[in-house]
Design a protein around this ligand. Structure first.
Ligand code: FAD
Length: 449
């Protein structure tokens, strides 16, 4: 039986990073992956999603170019070409991931791994002894029970649909649901988002959500406070019936109703690892489970389902076990973007979170039309908001709905990590003419409500 210092289950964002770092510290490392190197992000998540979002943006870019003197008369969208080019790029990335692991000296097993005991893993019939085991098995789309569940599509399949859906119904209210609504509407689908709350994106700032709903209505239909009762197959379509009796016809029904930690068939019953009610693996501040030799990171823990978080957690574990134990994992000021049209980006506290914490704060905001749209004629507003703590002048949160919001907020997130204050924002000169400069030119707080 071969022996390693560190056996990683799952070659996704967290697993690959932990394996490579541990090997870099001189540990003997093996990793198992049963589906695709690179995990969710590379294969059915961030990367294909962003590529399709770029594809969708061309639609409005062609329209916007008219006001600037261009005439793009013929506009044909070829779904198969986009799909095939995406597949080629993902295959390239899969190979890069495998090569990176090989170059780091990590043994790669293209098999499912099952934990046999606290120090043994079965990978494709071979038993391997490991001093430490890392579970980095990610998440899997969750679809609730209802009549017709078997007819719906999830984010795992949506990128490779055999035919482009002319009519698409999306069920969900999280960032993945609204991103796909923007993407498919942009690509030309008649898109309806069915959302069981009064607004999607409940973790985001309420002003951003309100402004987003106004912008989204220009691209797709949003049915709020609505629940699906059933989905039926008609000869040439799917019929979605809502609890209020409304019916919707669609070529594809996409369920983006959340993701569950991926622990099925992992052999956790053979060890002392515990699961929370959410299904996530319970870990302490060092990502150690109740079984001392087993650690877990990323979506299978489910603290914050984002690639940079899984990467940081994976690095933390590799450091903790084989390297610099003083490095800490911080969940403060984690910036994130939603690749809707227009984009959303956020870092720090929302106004509601600041209120709930009993903080005294002021709100600075700006709502304007991009310079580009003075000539494009597009009716699109950009909205920005800054939450500032009154006593300390510290910037608690920054939020944006507008073109390239993610690109803009990344730098401000770094500034917030350095203790950004409103006075520092005010003393920063803008880059003119940009949308980003609005963040350093907001002088007057919004009158308190
Ligand atoms: P994963 O990347 O999911 O990797 C887990 C791997 O483990 C998988 O490859 C799986 O096949 C493998 N595995 C599971 N069980 C076993 C087993 N028993 N044996 C062997 N292998 C196994 N995050 C962002 O930061 N930005 C985004 O824009 C973004 N967009 C997203 C869009 C979509 C549609 C989705 C679904 C997710 C998106 N995410 C995004 C989230 C991001 O993809 C995840 O947070 C991230 O991939 C989690 O990394 P992980 O290492 O925990 O798991």
């Amino acid at each position: 039986m071969s022996e390693v210092d560190f056996f990683v289950i799952g070659a996704g964002s967290g697993g690959v990073r932990a394996a490579r770092m541990a090997a870099g510290y001189g540990a003997k490392v093996a990793i198992a992956e049963d589906l695709y190197a690179g995990g969710t992000c590379v294969n059915v998540g961030c990367i294909p999603k962003k590529l399709y979002s770029i594809a969708a943006h061309f639609h409005s870019d062609f329209e916007d170019s008219r006001g600037f003197g261009w005439d793009v008369s013929e506009q044909n969208f070829d779904w198969d070409r986009l799909k095939n080019n995406k597949v080629r790029e993902i295959l390239r990335l899969n190979t890069i991931y495998e090569n990176l692991l090989a170059q780091s000296g990590v043994q790669f097993y293209k098999h499912r791994a099952v934990i046999k005991d606290a120090h043994t893993v079965d990978v494709g019939g071979e038993l391997i002894k490991a001093k430490h085991i890392l579970v980095a098995t990610g998440g899997w789309p969750y679809v609730p029970e209802f009549p017709g569940k078997e007819l719906v599509t999830t984010s795992n399949e949506i990128f490779d649909l055999p035919q482009f859906p002319k009519r698409l119904v999306i069920v969900g209210a999280g960032y993945i649901a609204v991103e796909f609504a923007s993407i498919f509407a942009g690509l030309g689908s008649q898109t309806t988002l069915v959302c069981r709350r009064d607004m999607p994106l409940k973790e985001f700032d309420d002003d951003i959500r309100k402004h987003f709903c106004k912008e989204a209505a220009k691209h797709f239909t949003m049915l709020t406070n609505a629940n699906v009762a059933s989905v039926h197959k008609n000869p040439a379509s799917l019929l979605v019936t809502l609890e209020n009796g409304t019916t919707l016809e669609a070529d594809v029904v996409l369920y983006a109703t959340g993701r569950k930690p991926n622990t099925d068939g992992l052999g956790l019953e053979n060890v002392a690892v515990e699961l929370a009610e959410s299904g996530g693996i319970v870990v302490d501040q060092n990502f150690q489970t109740h079984e001392p030799s087993i650690f877990a990171v990323g979506d299978v823990v489910g603290r914050l389902a984002l690639t940079p978080v899984a990467l940081a957690e994976g690095m933390f574990v590799a450091n903790h076990l084989f390297g610099d134990k003083t490095r800490q994992m911080s969940y403060q000021n984690i910036p994130t973007a939603v690749f809707t049209h227009p984009n959303i980006a956020t870092v720090g506290l929302t106004e509601k979170q600041a209120l709930e914490r009993g903080l005294g704060f002021s709100i600075y905001e700006s709502n304007f039309r991009l310079l580009k749209h003075t000539l494009s004629g597009r009716d699109e507003r950009t909205y920005m908001k800054v939450v500032v703590e009154t006593a300390s002048d510290r910037v608690l949160g920054m939020h944006m709905l507008g073109t390239d919001a993610g690109e803009i907020l990344q730098g401000f997130a770094a500034a917030m990590q350095c203790g950004l204050t409103k006075a520092l924002l005010d003393s920063t000169l803008g880059i003119h003419p940009t949308a980003a400069e609005e963040f350093v030119t907001m002088r007057t707080p919004r009158p308190s409500k």
